[in-house]
Design a protein around this ligand. Structure first.
Ligand code: F6P
Length: 545
């Protein structure tokens, strides 16, 4: 494998240089022309793998672009880097860790060796323990301290220990056990906790404290408040054993909190927080949808893993998505990517992808510590359709910025209701068509529009999008979709040659917050050692709180 230092700087790779020249030829070409030149374009620029169909024909690319982007991936060592990840090499170099979320969904019997040990059996031991626990909660066999059945499950976590669980719960609600209530508490803002439990009975409530480190300030603060809340009613310290379980890699801190490690579900330092929804961090998901569905979701992840590892780049869905993002970010100067699921159950998918993509690829130095020479991770954002159409789509259609969009839709709905689904999907296809082809001044005029109004009603078009389709949102399909984006992020990071698996950028704010908290709570005057803005904000808050 090429190491970071052997890898030719991005700007010096032949494919990059060729793409720069090529970009000059293609930057002003319109999708209208590209489609007119090639009637088969809409079929040719597509790829499909394990039921996930990608139409990427409405991108500002030609066969040459694709060839060069694939060449860039090869020259950037993407293939070798994929193998390094799957082999358990310590590719998260700044934390000296392997990156093995793919092991979380490796079937029994496969083996992935890390430091001389096969990690797959341990993954399945935890899965079995989770299954046993989930069944006991779902069946009512697991009782609260006073003997009542558990009716409410509250996941306390933040970042990857929240966004994955809440996204998956919402996405798979259709499959969930409806006599259980699920809540998710993440924010250190006390309102989050207060509102989550205000109508719950502690005797019937189980808290899942989800934290890889078990030291995260927000989570530990909420977990302590939860314990106080529960014990105020339950009265007895022993109740903790029946109402709290921990999901963590840190047994010492779990014990310190008062949770018996018998009630702890472990995982490993080679699972990054934002890649952890299919580890024990997914316990709330498993309680909600049951072990069988959870395993089906893992199988979906695994199918996409195999596809990513084995498929030639030209037909490789995550690679294609990753390459297209590089194309827009670094050549067209696009700043963002919009994620637009036309599936209400995926309402938290854009928020989930924000952490996955932006914590992974929001990096300013390469693996060898040099400042990057191109933009890296774009801003991901989005909302489910059709709601976004009545708010921000105006800017996507007629604003001055180029915003590549990923439309996600399904052939079938889980809730058939009259014409709703056809109407929903008509909007997916209409939006992608309108963005790509727009409406010319001639077309607007031909409708009888007054001359002065014509410019306002013109749609320039040439706005790129991908359309991703699958049959129906099942646990397996969710796994495939998440893995699709995980590996697209990997592909981007590999080309930028950055560490997609660390997150040093969250540290400074944490340290300063701890220091400032002392100043907000202290009875003595703050020492005024910050800048003048921060000093006076602290003073103002102290005076008015
Ligand atoms: O925001 C930083 C971060 O470390 C994320 O990467 C992680 O998902 C989150 O905090 C929560 O961490 P933990 O699971 O250790 O509480």
């Amino acid at each position: 494998m090429q190491t970071a230092t052997q890898l030719v700087p991005l700007g010096d790779r032949p494919a990059w240089k060729a793409l720069q020249t090529h970009f000059q030829q293609i930057r002003d070409r319109h999708l209208r022309e590209l489609f007119a030149e090639d009637p088969a374009r809409g079929e040719r620029f597509t790829a499909e793998a394990s039921g996930i169909f990608l139409d990427y024909s409405k991108n500002r690319i030609t066969d040459e672009t694709l060839k060069l982007l694939v060449q860039l991936a090869e020259e950037s060592g993407v293939r070798e880097k994929i193998e390094a990840m799957f082999r358990g090499e310590k590719i998260n170099i700044t934390e000296n860790r392997a990156v093995l979320h793919v092991a979380l969904r490796a079937p029994k019997g496969e083996s992935i060796i890390l430091d001389g040990e096969d990690v797959v059996p341990a993954v399945h031991t935890v899965l079995d323990k989770m299954s046993d626990f989930a069944e006991r909660v779902r069946s009512g066999a697991w009782r609260g301290h006073t003997g009542k059945r558990i009716r409410n499950v509250v996941n306390i976590g933040i970042g990857g220990s929240d966004l994955g669980p809440v996204m998956a719960y919402e996405a798979l609600k259709h499959y969930s056990q409806r006599d259980l209530t699920f809540r998710f508490v993440s924010n250190v803002d006390g309102t989050d906790f207060a509102e989550a439990v205000q109508d719950l009975d502690p005797e019937e409530t189980l808290f899942l404290v989800a934290s890889k480190t078990f030291t995260t300030l927000e989570t530990m603060t909420n977990a302590h408040s939860a314990r106080d809340w529960a014990l105020t009613k339950l009265g007895d310290e022993k109740a903790v054993a029946k109402h709290f379980v921990a999901i963590s890699t840190n047994a010492k801190e779990v014990t310190k909190f008062g949770i018996d490690t018998a009630n702890m579900f472990g995982f490993w330092d080679w699972v990054g927080g934002r890649y952890s929804m299919d580890s024990a961090i997914g316990l709330s998901t498993m309680v909600a949808i049951g072990p069988e569905n959870f395993r089906a979701m893992l199988a979906g992840f695994h199918e996409m893993d195999v596809h990513f590892r084995t498929t030639p780049f030209e037909k490789n869905l995550p690679v294609l998505l990753g390459l297209l993002t590089i194309w827009y970010t670094d050549f067209f100067d696009a700043q963002t990517v919009a994620i637009l699921p036309y599936e209400q159950y995926l309402k938290r998918f854009p928020a989930y992808l924000q952490q996955l993509t932006m914590e992974s690829n929001g990096k300013h130095v390469t693996l060898d510590g040099r400042h990057v020479t191109t933009d890296t991770g774009p801003i991901y954002w989005g909302e489910p359709g059709t709601n976004g159409q009545h708010s921000f789509y105006q800017l996507i259609h007629q604003g001055t910025r180029l915003i590549p969009c990923d439309f996600i839709g399904f052939y079938k709905t889980l809730n058939p209701l009259g014409r709703h689904h056809d109407m929903l999907m008509a909007n997916v296809f209409a939006q992608a068509e309108a963005l790509a082809f727009g409406k010319t001044a001639e077309e607007v005029k031909a409708e009888g529009t007054a001359d002065w109004l014509v410019p306002h009603r013109v749609f320039e078009g040439n706005r790129p999008s991908n359309t991703i389709l699958a049959e129906v949102l099942t646990p397996a399909v969710l796994g495939k979709l998440v893995a699709l984006y995980e590996h697209a992020v990997f592909t981007q990071g590999a080309i930028w040659n950055i560490d997609s698996f660390d997150q040093w950028g969250v540290e400074l704010g944490k340290v300063l917050a701890t220091r400032i908290l002392g100043e907000l709570e202290s009875s003595s005057a703050p020492d005024g050692s910050h800048d003048s803005s921060t000093n006076s904000l602290i003073q103002r808050y102290r005076k008015n709180k």
